[in-house]
Design a protein around this ligand. Sequence first.
Ligand SMILES: Nc1ncnc2c1ncn2[C@@H]1O[C@H](COP(=O)(O)OP(=O)(O)OP(=O)(O)O)[C@@H](O)[C@H]1O
Ligand SMILES: [Mg+2]
Length: 362
Amino acid sequence: MIELNIDNKDIIIRFKNITKKFGDFNAVSDLNIEIKKGEIVGFLGPNGAGKSTTMKMMAYLLKPTEGEIWIRGNGRLEKLSNHNKDYLLDNIGFLIENPTFYGNVTPRIILKYFAELKGYPKKQLNQRIEEVVEMFGLSKWIDKKIKTFSKGMRQKIGIASAIIHNPDIIVLDEPQTGLDPQARREVRDFILQLKKIGKTIFLSSHLLYEISEVADRIAIINQGKIVAFDTLDNLESKAKKSIINFELLDHPEKNNLNIVLDHLRDILAPFTGVSEKINEVNWINYKEEAKIFQILFNGDPKNQLIILKTLLRHEYKVIEFSVPKAGLLEDLFIDLVTTGSSHPSNSTINENQKQKEILVEV
Ligand SMILES: Nc1ncnc2c1ncn2[C@@H]1O[C@H](COP(=O)(O)OP(=O)(O)OP(=O)(O)O)[C@@H](O)[C@H]1O
Ligand SMILES: [Mg+2]
């Protein structure tokens, strides 16, 4: 249960005991999240977890069955209702689910439409549209028809339309889904830029890596329930384990791989700091496609150093050695969404791998 401090002046959005039922089905159950001014809160959950439903309630597109949504307007938190929705929501930019635009319109027309809808001052409108389009590096495309745009470019126009009226709060529902790595990075950088200029961002995704790179705090939702809400660091320490990735100069031959793995098991087993199941073989893995080895360890930098030293001492030509930031989160996420527990079990890499491949798009 999340503690809510009623008097906290930093809070800009508060979901209080929100439940949304569709018939008998609880799409969202007793959800409590508060978001502070200037932070990025990542809303992470698998398909059908209730992310879009929650965001739609905030946008007043769906009504909660129970609970309240509070939004700061004019300096104080106000309960979102029919009476104040226009004024409260004018200060928020929403991108909910995939935007679809008519192919024959241009970014200029789309952005003008959304800016006018939100009451952006007419005099500054053209300048603002040009500025925002430039932020996305799409200036040359401002008067081109959307039907000639790639998926990534359309998505950027979707985000641009959410922020065109310069809101303080930005709600983005899966802005990176369906984008290639390059476009994802651009969107990620853009989100960080928005934070830099003081915006508050509520961002949903099932892409763990994307969330872990930008979010100050992460709310994990599963089957309509919040199963964790904390900083990445705190979530990581809950996970109590991590993964080291390393690559060797000479990639092991297929017929030699088991010998290499056996040797690595022998020399590294004492230093992973993970006592459970350490005798099983699959705490160390070789990812054929990426040509990297993965070792499950306890996340302690001291163990990380010893593992590296041990590899070098045994003359392994290590050319890459890293602990992916999202590694811990992946494990925790999978533990949370498969067991619903905030005390993840000490499962091995392989046990999780199948679910990861379904849930995680890296
Ligand atoms: N209008 C509706 N009527 C009935 N059920 C709905 C409705 N909208 C959503 N649901 C159900 O509520 C659950 C949560 O849906 P929601 O769209 O919020 O999930 P999500 O976390 O956004 O998933 P995704 O990652 O696939 O976008 C799903 O089981 C969905 O089928
Ligand atoms: Mg959704």
